[in-house]
Design a protein around this ligand. Structure first.
Ligand code: SAM
Ligand code: SF4
Length: 272
């Protein structure tokens, strides 16, 4: 369905969990964020119901599973299968930190996951551990190998870079790019400017299509059942109160022309 600015809104990002097995500096505070109780977290049935309405009534074509870390959600493969079976939905994809991919890649591919984006900010083991507050870089490499071996071949690497460093043209992403080109030829690396909600600071993904308000086609379903029309917005529409149809409709109608400075929030709670 078109929004008030002529944009065809057809892409739903679903944050399936607010927990993560990493603790990236730019995504969450050191002690973590206040967590939703498991009772509050949206069930697979609720997610599938929203996606069915989004596809059948509003013409959505694509769903991306994100988090927190989507592979931390118990039985995530089952959710992928449930969504992949929805008639009219063209693609179910995922953004993950890759740590658990080695364990899940084959089952995810079998369940119908079309593609995966993996976050990787540095190829220096110490820098990686510092950025993620304790992550093991080799786990991500194993995850990438496993995804490719499982047939998830149109894999993309997301690399977050501080705005100043991106502008200077000298940043960790360049080493990531050449390492990836060498070890996994054909895998695309995209640079994402580190965002700042309070200052309304965001920019288009370099090598991608996100972050461009004029062509933004997405809504976000958060892990507490609220739909966020824009990452840089404070307004949400609760599918549990309004019902899926009305929440989706209101979110499309209230999608702002462009993101604006908004309340401080952590990316781990909204899914990027
Ligand atoms: N845990 C998964 C992962 O890291 O890929 C999925 C959730 S994570 C919030 C989704 C994406 O948001 C990741 O690519 C991450 O690097 C990015 N991200 C997190 N905080 C960010 C920030 N402040 N600015 C820009 N991107 C951010
Ligand atoms: Fe976790 Fe992803 Fe956020 Fe890092 S970017 S803390 S991996 S949710």
């Amino acid at each position: 369905m078109q929004d008030n600015f002529g944009r065809d809104i057809n892409y739903l990002r679903v944050s399936v969990i607010d927990r993560c097995n990493l603790n990236c500096l730019y995504c969450m505070p050191e002690g973590g964020v206040p967590l939703r109780s498991y009772r509050e977290i949206i069930s697979f049935e609720e997610i599938a119901a929203v996606v069915k309405v989004a596809v059948a009534e509003f013409g959505f074509k694509k769903v991306r599973l994100t988090g927190g870390e989507p592979l931390m959600r118990r039985d995530i493969v089952k959710l992928v299968a449930m969504l992949a079976a929805i008639e009219g939905l063209e693609e179910v994809v995922m953004t993950t930190n890759g740590i658990l991919l080695k364990q899940y890649a084959v089952d995810l591919a079998r369940a119908g996951l079309a593609r995966v984006n993996i976050s990787l900010d540095s190829i220096d083991e110490k820098r990686f551990a510092a950025i993620t507050r304790g992550g093991n870089l080799l786990d991500v490499y194993r995850g990438i190998d496993a995804a490719l071996a499982a047939g998830l071949t149109s894999l993309k690497i997301n690399c977050v870079i501080a705005a100043g460093q991106l502008a200077s043209g000298n940043h960790d992403g360049l080493a990531v790019q050449s390492y990836v080109a060498d070890r996994w030829p054909g895998v695309e690396v995209r640079f994402i400017q580190q965002m700042d909600f309070v200052h309304g600071d965001f920019a288009p993904v370099i090598g991608g299509v996100a972050g461009e308000c004029r062509t933004c086609n997405r809504l976000r379903l958060l892990s507490d059942g609220k739909i966020l029309p824009c990452l840089f917005s404070d307004q949400t529409f609760d599918v549990r109160h309004l019902g899926a149809r009305e929440a989706l409709l209101q979110a499309i109608k209230h999608k702002p022309k462009c993101g604006l400075p908004c309340a401080a929030k952590w990316m781990v709670s909204v899914g990027g």
